[in-house]
Write a protein that binds this ligand. Structure first.
Ligand code: SAM
Length: 225
């Protein structure tokens, strides 16, 4: 199957099951207008994240890697009226676009965008007593994902869901000799998850408009629940 077919199927799924969504379309347009890279999750993946948060009944969500807030809106829409989402973004320009998009989507009062390196803002969240989080979505720099998973474990409740994007990287994850820091980060995260008794996890390969990649999905303390 060609990558053109993957994109066509993504469009078919989005058209049939999701439909035109003005807030999300405007958010993507604002990202493009501001010159942000086109690396948001796809609509089908956004809906997947929304469904995961809904199934989980997530009232507190942590996102690492905001970009223009596209996935933030998908996740934020699954929150109950008193729910909250904290999202961490290192680039102030990305964060400003996200802020505007989140407000336009009617989620401004429930979404807290923290600007800074997540490896610095995560310890601040712990000091503040933020959390415990019901769902953590990790979608920032890949070399740091082992640290992000470790932080997610510290800040998440038992039964929480942790999702990590871009963990297959066109199959490059198989290369144990890779000197690509993103591949090394993903492989180190997989080994960390495999050795962590509190996590029950899998990796789901994905194809679509974002190419060939995958999500890692883990549940905290699933075996003792
Ligand atoms: N989750 C977004 C979506 O689907 O709409 C896409 C996020 S994009 C793939 C990754 C984002 O992580 C970028 O905006 C980048 O600036 C941010 N980022 C990279 N390194 C970071 C770090 N150390 N701390 C916080 N954010 C970081």
């Amino acid at each position: 199957m060609s990558s053109t077919a993957w994109t066509d199927v993504d469009e078919y799924v989005a058209d049939l099951l999701i439909g035109r969504d003005e807030n999300l379309a405007e958010a993507l347009q604002a990202c493009e207008d501001a010159g942000l890279p086109p690396i948001s999750v796809s609509a089908a993946q956004g809906q997947f994240l929304n469904l995961l948060a809904t199934i989980q009944g997530a009232g507190k969500i942590l996102e690492i890697g905001t970009l223009g807030g596209y996935s933030t809106i998908w996740l934020g829409r699954a929150l109950p009226a008193d729910g909250t989402l904290v999202t961490l973004e290192v680039d102030p320009t990305h964060a400003a676009v996200a802020e505007s998009n989140v407000v336009a989507a009617g989620l401004g009062s429930r979404v807290d965008i923290r600007v800074g390196n997540a490896l610095e803002t995560l310890p601040q969240l712990e000091v503040e007593g933020a959390g415990p989080f019901d769902l953590v979505f990790i979608d920032a720099d890949k070399p740091s994902i082992p640290e992000y998973v470790t932080w997610a474990l510290r800040l998440a409740r038992s039964g929480a869901v942790i999702v990590v994007d871009n963990v297959v990287r066109g199959g490059a994850v198989l290369d144990s000799d890779s000197d690509d820091p993103t591949v090394r980060g993903v492989r180190a995260m997989n080994e960390l998850i495999a050795a962590e008794p509190r996590l029950t996890a899998t990796v789901l390969q994905t194809v679509g408009s974002k190419g060939y990649d995958g999500f890692a999905l883990a549940v905290v303390d699933a075996k003792s629940a």
